[in-house]
Design a protein around this ligand. Structure first.
Ligand code: HEM
Length: 543
């Protein structure tokens, strides 16, 4: 090596160094010159805040990918260059100083969030939520680089994997029985249970479905997390959690808090004019901290008294090796138990409510699923998770519900922790990165006729013809993928198959006895729910 270098001579070495430096400079300049992904023109200070929709941002993001398309040079032949415009799989917008990149295709989401997960697994900072309201220790808001992150994920994964989920089947069975009994009973007596929901103007039917499913999903998860048995539809812990979901939606409303754009504002004293956000933050902080502390304290008391039901909290507070957990370990257990409820209850309710709505709209799908269950199990033997393989059409109904009505249309935001480049676009460090799950679920390349509700798209015998399993995107991506996926699919199959076996879901009737099409609208919250709709749920006639 020394010989080869020595033979070059000082001029050649100088040339080589200059060439190297020029290449480096060229590379840096090119990198700087690489454009951001396309998107709407920002205003100087507030960026695209004025264009950010209040309702269904996922629809706008998908529309922007068509509107701000990328230029593709195709059919490059001598003297014949054809320019084609193609929907851009990724778009970019800015709110004040923070850039957000939206990934509108499965390919771009897996290329970045899965394949480059080492730099795409942080969460964007939100001063109001994390610092002022004190939610930074919740797993949803924590960066993957945080020292606690791996411990949280390990605890959650080990409690929600396939084997652990089997251990919760008896809880699911008890709660399903209550759900089916409630659905079977005459709706009239339930009005009293729903009284506190009157303010939200939900229809009697929806309130009925909503509260029984909330109770069901909440009942399962509160028992799994704390060993708490939900008593009735006005259960204290369920109400506490429901309030937390409501407050979370307010705290996380995009663009609502100026302090998120200008974090220094957090130092403004509470009494200062215009510092209402600080007083609001104190109120939120008090209520939200009860969500993890009240059920945790209750579970601890029961353990101390020796009258507890086995749960996530009891198992981890009393490790098998008999040692006593220290205060930091206890804090981790407290936050993880709260994550089970926060992650699991509202999402399951959303999927079950969408299922009811979709069955009212598609009686032919319902009939085919019921025929399959009748043939395999009859009416008396309730389905169990082991029946999934012998009920392929019902399993496909679960998949199609997840695809056609995504529970989390834009998932949870990720943050990129290093400058990156994709498809010739620059993705600057610190950008928020969102996977548009709603747009992926409607991508015609993945799903021909995406607006048609058709479970058979997952049933072709030929794996090549089978359409993409929505589980590839409905539960998020990379290191942040939902740890509750297996638990969720089991709960959904367990309840959906039993409801189909026992009940008919039909459109509501008007005063002339004619069927009325239900309203098909979804809320614009992180977990999106069908807006109030009417339907009839009746025991199946024994034919
Ligand atoms: C149909 C049901 C469900 C859907 C569609 C769903 C979807 C999601 C999505 C999209 C994310 C964000 C992933 C990402 O950042 O890329 C997520 C995160 C999470 N989910 Fe689920 N989920 C469901 C049920 C559950 C259940 C049953 C649990 C627990 C019992 C759960 C616990 C969590 C937790 C703790 C996180 C945060 C993970 C992290 O930040 O690292 N989820 N879920």
């Amino acid at each position: 090596m020394a010989f080869a270098f020595g033979s070059l001579g000082p001029q050649s070495v100088l040339c080589a160094v200059l060439l190297g430096l020029s290449l480096l400079a060229y590379n840096l300049i090119l990198r700087k010159r690489q454009p951001l992904p396309p998107g709407p023109n920002p205003r100087l200070i507030s960026g695209n805040l004025h264009q950010l929709p209040r309702e269904k941002p996922w629809v706008t993001f998908a529309a922007w990918s068509r509107l701000y398309s990328k230029l593709v040079i195709g059919a490059l032949e001598v003297c014949d260059v054809t320019s084609v415009f193609e929907d851009s799989p990724i778009i970019c917008f800015r709110i004040y100083g923070r850039k957000t990149v939206v990934l509108n295709t499965l390919r771009s989401a897996t290329d970045l969030l899965d394949a480059r997960s080492s730099i795409y697994s942080a969460r964007p900072a939100a001063t109001m939520r994390n610092e002022l309201v004190g939610r930074k220790m919740a797993i949803f808001n924590m960066s993957a680089q945080h020292p606690r992150f791996k411990t949280y994920r390990r605890l959650l994964n080990s409690s929600l994997n396939a084997r652990s989920t089997q251990g919760y089947l008896h809880i699911m069975q008890d709660e399903r029985k209550i759900l089916l009994d409630n659905l079977a009973a005459d709706p009239e007596p339930f009005i009293a249970h729903f009284r506190r929901y009157v303010q939200v103007h939900q229809s009697q039917y929806l309130r009925f479905v909503f509260m029984t499913t909330v109770r069901n999903a909440g009942g399962i998860i509160l028992k799994v997390a704390y060993g708490w048995t939900v008593e009735g539809n006005d259960d204290y812990f369920v109400s506490l959690m429901e309030e937390a979901f409501q407050l979370s939606a307010e705290i996380n409303a995009p663009g609502k808090w100026l302090v998120d754009a200008f974090p220094l504002l957090r130092f403004v004293p509470t009494w200062f004019p215009g510092a209402r956000f600080k007083r609001e933050a104190e109120r939120y902080r008090g209520r939200m901290s009860e969500v993890e502390s009240v059920p945790h304290k209750w579970a601890k008391k029961r353990i101390d008294s020796g009258t507890y039901i086995e749960s996530f909290t009891s198992q981890h507070l009393q490790p098998e090796d008999g040692r006593t957990v220290d205060s930091q370990e206890e804090d981790i257990i407290k936050w993880c138990s709260a994550a089970l409820y926060a992650g699991g209850a509202d999402t399951t309710v959303s999927a079950l409510s969408s299922f009811v709505l979709l069955m009212a709209l598609h009686p032919e799908v319902q009939k085919r699923a019921q025929a399959e269950i009748d043939e395999v199990l009859g009416r008396d033997q309730l389905p169990s998770p082991g029946d999934e393989a012998s009920l392929p059409y019902v399993s496909a109904v679960v998949q199609e519900v997840l695809r056609s009505s995504p529970v989390a249309p834009i998932g949870l935001p990720h943050k990129v922790t290093a400058d990156d480049e994709y498809l010739g676009y620059r993705i600057p460090e610190g950008s928020t990165v969102i996977a548009n799950i709603w747009a992926i679920a409607r991508d015609e390349d993945l799903y021909p006729d995406p607006l048609v509700f058709d479970p058979t798209r997952f049933l072709s015998k030929n794996p090549e013809e089978r359409q993409c399993d929505p589980r590839k995107f409905a539960f998020g991506f990379g290191r942040r993928i939902c740890p509750g996926e297996h638990f969720a699919i089991t709960t959904l199959f367990f309840n959906i198959s039993a409801i189909l076996q026992q009940f008919d879901i039909r459109k509501a009737l008007d005063e002339h006895g004619r069927e009325v099409d239900p309203v098909v609208e979804y809320t614009a919250t992180i977990t999106s729910h069908p807006k109030p709709f009417k339907c009839r749920i009746e025991r199946r006639a024994s034919d």
